[in-house]
Design a protein around this ligand. Structure first.
Ligand code: AKG
Length: 270
């Protein structure tokens, strides 16, 4: 969906667009909001990101499948800007479903390098009540920010927006185990996701924001270009749920604007 200039200036979606975002999230399990970040901010993010990624690759083996890296991000400039981590529009949408007391519990990135292959379809989380097999209301959203355009050739994320986020059956939900990708792709659920219920590619320009229910089935796809395909990954959840830990320098935390402190109030200060 596109945001109007007035909505940007007000830092609020108008009621109709807010409802549209909510319908997408609740029913399809995701929404894409375009043009959230501009060229100048993206250049700054990309330049620091590539420095960090080179260092990380030098010290770490691929950890999300071959030629694929999940890399934590430091909570500092340019990543920790208020427009990014407590963006009023994004928070308006997320809080309208998860409540005003949301917490950000994960601050990282996913990069598909040239030569990366398909992951298996997976939910990022196990069901909360595995023995009850029930469909629960939303409790956690992933916010992905593509730092380059997502094109068919450079490994865009694929999603299964057909209510997969509402499946509560642990026997069916595909797990995020990247040491057994081919085995899981060849399992009955893997075959179902690739042969019976075809996924959709998320094709969207750099600077868009993809908000997705953390339970929605998705996967990384092959990057056939010569450039890395990086995206930031943040997780916002209801306060009783945690997806990870965000670490923030204590002095830096004290300087943060109130709205950022509020969302990162559960961060570990060091
Ligand atoms: O990088 C992507 O497009 C998706 C990656 C992913 O889903 C994962 O590593 O869990």
């Amino acid at each position: 969906m596109k945001v109007t200039t007035t909505e940007w200036e007000n830092g609020q979606l108008d009621p109709e667009n807010l409802l549209l975002a909510q319908l997408n999230l609740k029913i399809k399990g995701y929404v894409v909001i375009e043009n959230v970040f501009g060229e100048a901010q993206l250049e700054e993010l990309k330049s620091r990101f590539h420095e960090l990624l080179s260092d990380y690759i030098a010290q770490t083996d691929p950890n999300r499948g071959a030629s694929r890296y999940g890399m934590p991000l430091p909570f500092e400039a340019p990543f920790a800007s208020t427009t990014l981590v407590a963006n009023p529009l994004l928070l308006q949408v997320i809080k309208s479903i998860l409540g005003d007391d949301v917490v950000c519990s994960f601050f990282a990135s996913d990069t598909a390098l040239s030569g990366s292959q398909y992951q298996q379809a997976h939910s990022d989380v196990e069901p909360l009540f595995p023995s009850d097999n029930i469909s629960l209301p939303p409790f956690c959203y992933v916010v992905n920010i593509p730092l380059v355009d997502f094109r068919p050739d450079n490994g865009p994320t694929e999603i299964w927006p057909f209510g997969t986020h509402l499946v509560g059956d642990p026997a069916v939900i595909p797990v995020p185990d990247f040491t057994r990708i081919e085995e899981l792709r060849n399992s009955p659920v893997g075959k179902f996701t690739e042969e019976e219920m075809l996924p959709q590619q998320v094709i969207t320009p750099a600077g868009s924001v993809v908000i997705r229910d953390i339970r929605m089935w998705h996967r990384g796809t092959p990057n056939r270009s010569n450039e890395p395909r990086p995206m930031m990954a943040m997780v916002y959840n209801r306060p009783w749920y945690n997806h990870g830990v965000v670490e923030i320098d204590e002095n830096e935390f004290q300087e943060l604007p109130a709205e950022v402190k509020q969302v990162f109030r559960k961060a570990v200060l060091r």
